[in-house]
Design a protein around this ligand. Structure first.
Ligand code: HEC
Length: 511
């Protein structure tokens, strides 16, 4: 009893004091759970969990700076230029709300409205089934500094397999990123043989990326391709996994695995290709040489295809002094189509950006790009002090300007194929995910969902005798929907809502 009174009192006090300040339970928790927790939970490379109010309060100072500077959540591409799957759904106003909330002493708000923390499969597979587990040989980390190593996994299949899904299950929380490729030559296997430990590092050599399949980082789900689309893996080819480990790992043993799913019916397969459709050979104002203490801008232009293609994802690539990289195409009908704009290039966060729907590249389209390099002292990851001339080359301290495209031959209707993973759409109708508030009510009732949703439906209210007393159609964007019930006589009612996913109902009392 005493606790309830105290709680009610403090809530009252907070509302008085903060007025419009966002609260954890109503505004902030859904944003953190929806945008941060997938990486910030137990057993990942993120330095702490963001799975509760307490976690957020404890880390609010660093979180403040990380968000104010735009480091977190990591998404170097500009969502206003082009949308991709898995992109954070935080607007500038949302970030401003989180910062205001921290500045105002992180008020909790009404505990009734607090959503449950999300749950994560920490080590389970998210693929429907796994056809091949590509495991690295257990590797004992050698250094306490950052470490990058290539692991070669032979396949020895007797027939061609088509990879339809790929996921990485990190063996330790020091795995900061993993790049997955196929080596059709024996280059990587030869280097592996020369190195006494499992895999090899840059002191021995550099692998041959015949097919650069995916860039994995903590928080990323599996890469999935449409049904019966697959990356060909020919007999005898090797898989190569590049792992970057964060510092502090000496003597720790890593057993990272990569799960692969294959196309079931190889007869009707749609083979997927990868290409550097833009590289140093396509520069119109090359060569790629950046003088010290200068910002330099370069352009590329290519007409790579004389037949239609279906673009799945795109991955611009630069090194340390990259600042931004924009790619677009102009079709033969002179339509300009934005493809990706990494306006905030960060060497540590390189993504394969996947379009929400397959992007058609009509035959004869010209693909253009513009990249900016900052070779001044203030460049975030400037490797030289003082800055020196940097040019195109394979080492991290050299630079690159290339864009990988993952695509297939176009077929009618490809533009309608959705790439959004099905599990990301929550079941809107599950009554357990909804709350109704306040109850009892004198004027209106608000339906609150756990997550931000987008859907349409209708609301019906029935009285105790089962008579329909109210109905309304609604478009649901966000977490809440409010119904004005001030005209209803006092009594008990059943509120029913129907969406594209089904219907649910809850009782409430009008006073
Ligand atoms: C894609 C995964 C991912 C997402 C999403 C993500 N983080 Fe992070 N975060 C990381 C990783 C990994 C690190 C450690 C980076 C490192 O050590 O270089 C990190 C580091 C941080 C740090 C420490 C920064 C520092 O200066 O030490 C803060 C604070 C942080 N994240 C807050 C957040 C918040 C708040 C969100 C959501 C708005 C978020 N992160 C979303 C993966 C993520």
């Amino acid at each position: 009893m005493k606790r309830t009174i105290l709680l009610t009192f403090s809530l009252f006090w907070m509302t008085q004091l903060f007025g419009q300040v966002p609260t954890w339970s109503e505004d902030i928790a859904p944003m953190i759970y929806g945008n941060c927790s997938k990486c910030h939970h137990e057993g990942t490379a993120a330095p702490f969990s963001l799975m509760s109010y307490e976690d957020m309060v404890e880390n609010s100072l660093t979180a403040y700076f990380a968000m104010e500077e735009g480091w977190m959540p990591p998404w170097p591409a500009d969502p206003e230029y082009r949308h991709f799957i898995d992109e954070p759904d935080l607007t500038d106003e949302d970030i401003a709300d989180i910062l205001t909330w921290i500045e105002n002493g992180h008020p909790f708000g009404d505990p009734e409205l607090e959503p449950a923390a999300p749950t994560f499969e920490t080590s389970g597979s998210l693929l429907d089934h796994v056809d091949f587990v590509a495991a690295i040989e257990p590797y004992t980390l050698q250094y306490n500094t950052d470490e990058t190593r290539w692991f070669v996994i032979p396949t020895n299949f007797s027939e061609t397999k088509y990879i339809n899904g790929i996921e990485v299950i990190a063996g330790t929380d020091l795995v900061h990123h993993a790049d997955i490729s196929i080596d059709a030559t024996s280059t990587s296997a030869n280097y592996d043989a020369q190195d006494p430990l499992p895999g090899f590092n840059s002191q021995t050599g550099s692998p041959n990326y015949s097919f650069y399949m995916n860039a994995w980082q903590p928080g990323a789900g599996p890469a999935r391709y449409p049904d019966n689309w697959g990356i060909p893996l020919y007999p005898g080819e090797d898989l190569v996994l590049e792992i970057h480990y964060g510092p502090g790992g000496a003597e720790m043993i890593d057993e990272t695995i990569m799960n692969l799913q294959f196309v079931e019916d190889p007869v009707n397969v749609r083979p997927i290709s990868v290409g550097w459709l833009l590289s140093s050979g396509n520069m119109t104002d090359g060569p790629l040489v950046m003088p010290p203490n200068q910002i330099s801008t370069f352009h590329q232009e290519a007409v790579p295809f004389n037949s239609d293609k279906s673009l799945i994802s795109i991955c611009p690539h630069m090194h340390l002094i990259g600042a931004s990289y924009k790619v677009w195409m102009v079709t033969p009908d002179n339509v300009s189509v934005p493809l990706v704009y990494v306006d905030n290039w960060d060497f540590h966060w390189q993504f394969y950006y996947t379009y929400p729907y397959i992007q058609k590249i009509p035959a004869g389209s010209t693909i253009y790009s513009e990249a900016v390099y900052d070779n001044t002292v203030t460049s975030t990851y400037q490797p030289n002090n003082p800055p020196i001339t940097i040019q195109n080359g394979p080492n991290t301290t050299d630079e690159m300007m290339l864009t990988y495209f993952i695509y297939a031959n176009y077929q009618e209707g490809d533009e309608d194929i959705s790439m959004t993973p099905p599990t990301l759409v929550p079941e809107i109708a599950s009554a357990a995910d909804w709350r109704i508030f306040p109850n009892p009510t004198a004027s209106d009732v608000t339906l609150i969902h756990q997550y931000n949703l987008q859907d349409q439906g209708s609301i019906e209210i029935f009285d105790m005798a089962g008579a329909l007393v109210y109905t309304e159609k609604f478009s649901f964007v966000g977490r809440t929907f409010t119904v004005d019930v001030s005209d209803l006589p006092a009594g008990s009612y059943q509120l029913q809502w129907t969406t594209s996913k089904g219907s649910s109902a809850r009782a409430f009392v009008k006073i």
